[in-house]
Ligand binder design. Structure first.
Ligand SMILES: [Zn+2]
Ligand SMILES: [Zn+2]
Length: 267
């Protein structure tokens, strides 16, 4: 099959790689129909990690099941499924506690696994024609059949739940005033999720005009940090700061004060 293969810093190529196959009775094979490039792929792409050439990228994957292992009980061929980016077993101590990002089974010696990511286990990424999904009963979310809402559903692999989880960690509650630092996809989904949770006002901080406009479209108040300290701008706007803050920036520009930030989603 063809796949996006990391060659070295700032270089990837579409290459022929071996087809995935069922390696365990609880695997399924998925024909990938949509996959995203994540901001966290850039850490590998730009050479900031220990990623070795040969890694197939892609942890935000959606597709149609093509083959089902003999021990899979809840899935069948032909179903459209989206996979959370974290590979998890569903039965270890951390998974039982709902902390599936820190699964103790899928990546021995390390808590947590993911598709196509350095140090996150032997799971090939989905920027490819096909993907092996381990512990498939747990890792596949079944979607309505067909091709409708494909790009919306693709966001369920990472971006939307990661943004939502930022709100969860920050304890966003009805009526809260919330600051979201960063208007990339996760930051926008965090702002959107804050409104879903009943926030009365959301301030979205960034420096890219197009991103700030998108934040405004979903109801947030844009704060351009090139115009001055964002925390001070928010204070000037409402006089009392915020109840909760979410760091969705990934890397923080030097000189920032994020005094209301108390959570950082992991993606
Ligand atoms: Zn991602
Ligand atoms: Zn687990």
């Amino acid at each position: 099959m063809r796949a996006v293969v990391y060659q070295g810093p700032f270089e990837v190529a579409v290459e022929e790689v071996p087809d995935p196959r069922i390696e365990h009775p609880n695997d399924v094979l998925v024909r990938v129909t949509s996959t995203c490039i994540c901001g966290s792929d850039l850490h590998m792409y730009e050479g900031r990690t220990a990623a070795e050439p040969g890694i197939v990228f892609g942890h935000e994957n959606l597709g149609v099941i093509e083959e089902v292992g003999s021990a899979v009980t809840t899935l069948r061929e032909g179903q459209r499924v989206v996979m959370p980016f974290n590979v998890a077993c569903g039965f270890c101590r951390n998974c039982e506690a709902g902390k599936t990002g820190f699964c103790l089974t899928v990546n021995p010696g390390f808590a947590g696994g993911a598709y196509g990511y350095v140090a996150m286990g032997p799971y090939t990424g989905g920027q490819a024609q096909r993907l092996r999904v381990p512990y498939a009963d747990f890792n596949c979310l079944v979607l309505p059949e067909g091709t409708e809402h494909e790009t919306d559903y693709a966001m369920l692999a990472d971006i939307f739940p990661t943004g939502y989880h930022g709100c969860e960690l920050a304890g966003v509650s009805p009526g809260d005033t919330v600051a979201v630092y960063g208007c990339g996809p996760v930051g926008l989904m965090a702002a959107y999720s804050a409104f879903l949770r009943g926030a009365s006002r959301v301030y979205s901080v960034d420096r890219v005009p197009e991103r700030l406009r998108l934040a405004e479209q979903i109801g947030a108040t844009p704060v351009d940090f090139t115009q001055g300290d964002p925390a001070q701008q928010i204070l000037d706007l409402n006089g009392e700061g915020t109840d909760a803050g979410i760091d969705a920036w990934g890397t923080r520009p030097t000189g920032w004060r994020t005094r209301s930030a108390r959570s950082r989603p992991r993606c």
